[in-house]
Write a protein that binds this ligand. Structure first.
Ligand SMILES: Nc1ncnc2c1ncn2[C@@H]1O[C@H](COP(=O)(O)OP(=O)(O)O)[C@@H](O)[C@H]1O
Ligand SMILES: [Mg+2]
Length: 173
């Protein structure tokens, strides 16, 4: 049997915003890999709620005390980024069958682009299987409680953002 190799994993995504589902996957990843880089995609298809800079700050804040977790932003082809970082593994989370089809397609396409990087899927705790960034934003915007769905730093940032949006709308600033 070959000796255990230290593994660097990249966990890519939009993280707009980071949810406790993401945090759950990252914490599972920390147990499997030597280091894990959270790679925040700069150019998402839709206009993000939080800028790449804000998403970076929030995620760094949440994982400040995790020595084996790094946070970066990236743009362009994921396999190029992962290769540049020297990563062996791409981590993705699977919540339900609905995630499976698109994730499998992406994993196989990434394998075609780079044979040396393996995609590893992890399932979150069942209490996060229905959590998504999109629903979190929607519930918050409609005045519902998102407590327990996202880290406190995210809740705080969301409140700050909506407060400054109200001020903007009132024409005060
Ligand atoms: N609640 C959750 N539990 C587990 N994995 C999740 C959860 N929410 C999102 N993920 C996974 O985290 C990764 C990043 O998700 P996301 O931020 O939505 O970026 P993307 O735009 O790449 O889907 C994806 O693999 C996604 O399936
Ligand atoms: Mg998604």
């Amino acid at each position: 049997m070959s000796a255990m190799r230290p593994k660097l994993a990249v966990y890519p995504g939009s993280f707009d915003p980071l949810t406790n589902g993401h945090v759950d996957i990252i914490e599972r990843g920390e147990r499997l890999f030597e280091r894990i880089v959270i790679a925040i995609l700069v150019n998402t298809e839709k206009e993000p709620l939080f800028s790449a800079e804000e998403r970076l700050e929030i995620t760094q804040d949440v994982f400040r005390e995790h020595g084996n977790v790094e946070v970066e932003t990236y743009d362009g082809l994921l396999v190029d980024y992962a290769t540049d970082r020297g990563a062996d593994v791409i981590v993705r989370g699977l919540r339900a069958i609905s995630d499976f089809e698109i994730e499998m397609q992406m994993a196989l396409m990434n394998r075609r682009l780079s044979e040396s990087i393996e995609t590893v899927f992890m399932m979150p705790s069942e209490r996060y299987t229905y959590v998504s960034s999109r629903l979190t934003k929607e519930i918050f915007t409609l005045g519902g409680s998102i407590s327990g769905l996202v880290p406190e730093a995210v809740e705080r940032r969301l409140r700050e953002k909506s407060a400054s949006a109200r001020i903007d709308n009132a024409g005060i600033s």
